[in-house]
Design a protein around this ligand. Structure first.
Ligand code: HEC
Length: 387
């Protein structure tokens, strides 16, 4: 794809994706909080009308009063607001972004021959297949294990997440592997809305319209799936942002880092959910904080260990960068405006170059320009000599 067209699509789709995502996650956080904060109705007539709980909030210059029905009110209310396009738009724009950035440019962004020597089409097929597989496996587990115990489902879920993260790290370029896992989780979330939650709501509304007693079973399952989505939001957000943090996706055991952070962030979500139902489980935040510190130490890059003897000539470094980096990092379209053309540009970026090309090997992406180990060592030695 033409690079300029790709940049324009990138901006448009990313803005749409982030905006829809904020609306979706915002609604998820709000409604789960609402649900957990419900208190038995104060007025007897509300209880008689079938109100299970009520919530008072003050926001944006006014008081709001929400009431949740045990099943449904006697009359179908008009208008009734649905929450689904936030989810669909987030998924559709996210998938389009993945196609534009990772599938069109699969050779550079999705495939890394040092990880797995896949053809572009094989990598794309594996990526798309992974999304479908994630949903199928998750849905079957919900219908089996999940019917008996949500805790067991969560434990199996973590094991499968580890399997997915590990498989992705064996198939795709490091940065793409994290994204793939994130999109798998995001697909589960969107499919929960499309295939379980909204159909349950349709049945409820149909029953009300026909003045039948609604069947509570699909509603219970919808509630569970909605809670799953709530716990998946922070792990997914991390995978979406992790592209900025090469020390995470570029780590030796990157898949394990992903699993640990997913568990950690879901734990933090749990802390807030407990908080909204009146609990104060500070220990969760304590454990999460300790784990973050431990992770930070674990992922700390080793100091550069220059094996080259003698001073490294800037000219040599410049030659390597010109060959391996400048194809992308030059001119007006240089990614993130990072140009590596002149001696001065290279020298001021020494730390960034070390981080991206030596420590995390995020650059060149998918080693598309075929940088050798010797060249990486040369860069390490040069950076060390500039200190
Ligand atoms: C195939 C194109 C390509 C090649 C070759 C390439 N880069 Fe990059 N580089 C990119 C892109 C794209 C980004 C922006 C990543 C992003 O979207 O965050 C980037 C980002 C960077 C960044 C900033 C990372 C950050 O997030 O702060 C540095 C530093 C960098 N590259 C250094 C290098 C070095 C050094 C080389 C050569 C060893 C190299 N790049 C080769 C495409 C390339």
């Amino acid at each position: 794809m033409d690079p300029y067209l790709r940049d324009v699509l990138d901006v448009l789709l990313r803005m749409l994706h982030v905006t829809a995502g904020i609306a979706w996650i915002g609604a998820s956080f709000y409604f789960v909080r609402l649900d957990l904060s419900l208190r038995a109705p104060k007025r007897a007539e509300d209880a008689d009308r079938g109100i299970a709980g009520e919530f008072w909030g003050v926001h944006g210059g006014g008081l709001y009063h929400s009431q949740k029905y045990r099943l449904a009110p006697a009359e179908l209310p008009e208008p009734l607001h649905w929450f689904k396009w936030e989810a669909y738009t987030t998924w559709l724009s996210g998938f389009a972004l993945m196609v534009v950035l990772y599938y069109f440019d699969a050779g550079v962004r999705l495939v890394d021959p040092t990880v797995a020597d896949l053809s572009d089409w094989a990598a794309i097929a594996l990526s798309v297949g992974g999304l479908a597989l994630a949903w199928l496996v998750y849905d079957v587990l919900c219908r089996t294990v999940g019917q008996r115990s949500q805790l067991a489902l969560a434990l199996v879920g973590v094991v499968l997440l580890a399997l997915a993260a590990w498989s992705a790290s064996e198939l795709f370029a490091a940065r793409a592997a994290y994204l793939q896992v994130g999109v798998m989780l995001g697909t589960i979330m969107a499919a929960n809305v499309l295939l379980v939650i909204i159909p349950a709501h349709r049945k409820l509304v149909d029953a009300m319209a026909e003045r039948r007693e609604p069947d509570p079973v699909p509603l219970l399952e919808a509630k569970r799936r909605s809670v799953h989505n709530n716990y998946l939001t922070l792990p997914v957000l991390f995978t979406m942002l992790a592209g900025h943090f090469a020390f995470t996706f570029g780590a030796d055991e990157a898949w394990l880092v992903l699993v640990l952070i997913a568990v950690l962030t879901a734990g933090v979500r749990h802390f807030f959910n407990l908080w909204h139902s009146g609990g104060r489980a500070w220990w969760i935040l304590g454990v999460a904080a300790a784990a973050v510190v431990a992770l930070a130490f674990w992922l700390q890059p080793d100091g550069a260990s220059p094996t080259q003897a003698g001073p490294v000539l800037v000219a040599e470094v410049q030659a390597v960068i010109e060959e391996r980096c400048a194809a992308c990092h030059s001119g007006a379209s240089a990614p993130l405006g990072i140009r590596l053309e002149t001696n001065a540009e290279i020298t001021t970026r020494a730390d960034d170059i070390e981080r991206q090309a030596v420590q995390t090997r995020a650059m060149p992406p998918g080693n598309s320009t075929g940088m050798t180990e010797d060249e990486r060592e040369l860069l390490a030695a040069w950076v060390a000599s500039t200190r």
